[in-house]
Design a protein around this ligand. Structure first.
Ligand SMILES: C[S@@+](CC[C@H](N)C(=O)[O-])C[C@H]1O[C@@H](n2cnc3c(N)ncnc32)[C@H](O)[C@@H]1O
Length: 232
């Protein structure tokens, strides 16, 4: 199942690439009305502020590695705090959208499946958003060990992911908090995919980061997001 779900996740995000941003900007099936949408955007602002502080403390970072970069929603934030970004994703469709949107010479893209990725450099910051929740539980520790290997001594990791909240997803997605690791996701044309989705508790994520060697600090926003910082 693991191999199949890994391929299905790549196929899902490739097929979803042109409609992906509707989720983040609360459009179409993700539009939950003014009040709930505003709650989402306010919490996004909290996370963006925490991320921008990394840049302020360390000044402009030399080189960031972004894993599962997607369509560039967070890559564009990383542009503000770094001189260079290496952005990896398994989906060429997604990478092309990111490249077109940002049109930034300082971003270098690589099409890489993170389950066969081998770290080959050390970065000031390794960043990934809404990716860890799609890593099958039995592969999480080895993935985080590779992340640790990719951070230079004194460098950092920054992770953003989802908290369990039924209004975070599309109106026609059913989100169950039943401890299962698979969920079904639909596209606008009703095509359906099965993917992994894990909702981490702060203590659990903190413990995992500490176990691989980071000095870690994990926070949540009121409803939607969990975000973690770790120093090597
Ligand atoms: C939920 S999206 C997050 C994208 C982006 N980080 C963001 O916050 O908008 C998950 C991303 O993981 C990518 N992905 C899925 N499976 C992958 C794999 N095995 N290796 C690398 N990237 C993968 C997808 O193409 C997609 O861009």
């Amino acid at each position: 199942m693991t191999h199949n779900v890994i391929q299905e996740q790549i196929a899902y995000y490739s097929a979803r690439s042109s409609e992906y941003d509707e989720w983040f900007y609360r459009l179409g099936r993700y539009d939950r009305g003014k009040e709930i949408n505003q709650r989402w955007f306010d919490e996004v602002a909290v996370v963006k502020s925490a991320l921008s502080q990394i840049g302020e403390v360390e000044h402009i970072l030399e080189h960031i590695l972004e894993l599962a970069c997607g369509t560039g929603i967070w890559t564009q934030e990383l542009l503000n705090i770094s001189k260079k970004i290496t952005a990896l994703d398994a989906s060429q469709e997604v990478i092309e959208i990111n490249r077109r949107k940002l049109d930034a010479a300082k971003v270098e893209y690589r099409q890489v499946d993170l389950f066969s990725w081998e770290p080959d450099a050390e970065y000031d910051l390794v960043f990934f958003s809404f990716w860890l929740s799609h890593v099958p539980p039995k592969l999480v520790d080895s993935f985080l060990a590779k992340v640790y290997q990719s951070v230079r001594t004194g460098g950092q990791v920054f992770i953003i992911d989802s908290r369990f909240d039924p209004t975070s997803t599309a109106k026609n997605h059913i989100l169950k908090n039943d401890g299962g690791i698979y969920i079904k996701r639909k596209l606008n044309d009703d095509q359906e995919f099965t993917i992994v989705k894990i909702f981490y508790q702060p203590e659990e994520l903190c413990e995992k980061l500490r176990k691989v060697g980071f000095v870690a600090d994990v926070n949540v926003t009121d409803n939607y997001f969990i975000y973690a910082k770790g120093i090597k």
